[in-house]
Write a protein that binds this ligand. Structure first.
Ligand code: P1T
Length: 385
């Protein structure tokens, strides 16, 4: 099945009893058994739910994987990946990750004895230098939130194979429409489904997709044993949203490109970052990695730019009307965020300085509204800046 067809049909059977074309919401916690231990394959809602299974199968297929596991948030998915390891194990992580990921690894997992190296994973030599006999996984966010730095997935996957390490990729910023890390050799791909996969800012959720039966068994065990699963209605909302993923992603990318070009020309900004722009330092890598299944190049709706002070950033953010000042991203409506005080406030100042996350950084999540309204909104907010 082609991607757009899979987005609509994968994992979904017509309801056997009624013929309902959309999978029902199985809003139940348990299943009747005919005798002790004699069941239909469904025992208890945390362990199995048909609505959740449909959504897991759908995303697994879109990500070119074989098994999907849904979670109650993106962080619950990340937490489950880190529970594959034990005290003393070492993980190399992209130094610029979502603030909550950084907080989770440094303030929770380090307490349980996991060791982390924070590395610029766009630098292959820096990764090679960080590998120790205790290293078990490389955790990569590409493009990074919010600096939009890319990591070379093919090269890192090769390094992982040579050193017997797992490669986990947070693909939240692009969605499988624009990047499928398992195809480049990653072992685990994960998402905050809260973002592009759900796409309507009305669900918090997460997903892990793998392509090996051994890993699937381990993650499936953790999903049930730890229990951070989503409710059936949230799974159903994500499943519904996936049907329009290719349409939405194309529209996000088209609008974002125009906004990025416009911002680049404006004297208020000294840096504008969008991987599709030839001015992005890793544009060539983006052209190899950010490909739709039909081989078309594109990125998502995430654009960042830097003004020279917090006051200037505040000024612009207060004046925007169509763009809503809010955390999160990837919804059909345009959002804007000030990472230093919002999504990445939990990242220490020194780390923010190291990765270039300044107080003048503004992050746009460009939605799918009419581009004229979005441009006018930015134009009026920039008056006098
Ligand atoms: O919010 P949650 O569903 O738990 O997902 C966490 C998460 C994981 N990975 C990436 C790349 C993310 O961006 C996020 C969440 N990010 C935001 C809320 C934000 O505004 O950046």
């Amino acid at each position: 099945m082609k991607f757009a067809t899979a987005a609509i049909h994968a994992g979904q059977e017509k309801d056997a009893k009624t013929g309902a074309v959309i999978p029902p919401i199985f809003q139940n916690s348990t299943y009747a058994q005919s005798g002790p231990g004699e069941h239909t394959g469904y025992e208890y809602g945390r362990t199995q739910n048909p609505t959740r299974e449909a959504m897991e199968k759908n995303i697994a297929e879109l990500e070119s994987g074989t098994h999907g596991f849904a979670f109650s948030s993106g962080l619950a998915a990340i937490s489950t990946v880190s529970q594959l390891f034990k005290a003393g194990d070492h993980i190399i992580s992209t130094e610029n990750v979502y603030g909550g990921t950084y907080r989770f690894f440094t303030q929770i997992m380090e307490k349980f004895g996991l060791k982390f190296s924070w590395i610029d994973t766009s630098d292959l030599q820096a990764i090679a230098d960080a590998i120790t006999p205790a290293t078990k996984m490389i955790f990569v966010e590409t493009p990074t939130n919010p600096m939009l730095v890319l990591s070379d997935l093919t090269a890192i996957a090769r390094m992982c194979r040579e050193n017997n390490l797992l490669l986990a990729v947070d693909n939240t910023f692009l969605s499988p429409y624009f990047q499928r890390p398992l195809e480049f050799g990653a072992d685990i791909v994960l998402h905050s489904t809260t973002k592009y996969l759900n796409g309507h800012s009305d669900v918090i959720g997460g997903i892990i997709v793998v392509k090996s039966d051994t890993l699937a068994e381990k993650i499936g065990f953790l999903q049930n044993a730890v229990g951070a699963v989503p409710g059936p209605f949230d799974a159903w909302l994500v499943l519904r949203s996936l049907k329009t993923l290719p349409l939405r992603m194309k529209a996000h990318a088209k609008n974002a490109y125009k906004i990025a070009e416009f911002l680049q020309e404006h004297p208020a900004f000294h840096t504008v970052s969008y991987p599709d722009l030839p001015s992005h330092p890793q544009h060539a890598l983006a052209m190899k990695q950010h490909l739709t299944p039909e081989g078309h190049f594109g990125s998502s709706g995430m654009v960042t730019c830097i003004v020279d002070s917090f006051e200037k950033a505040q000024n612009i953010l207060r004046k925007l009307r169509v763009f809503t000042l809010a955390e999160s991203l990837g919804g059909v409506e345009s959002l804007v965020c000030h990472p230093a005080s919002m999504t990445h406030a939990s990242v220490p100042v020194e780390m923010r300085a190291k990765i270039g996350l300044s107080d003048g950084l503004i992050r746009f999540s460009v939605g799918v509204e009419d581009i004229d309204d979005l441009m006018q909104d930015i134009d009026q907010a920039l008056k006098g800046v």
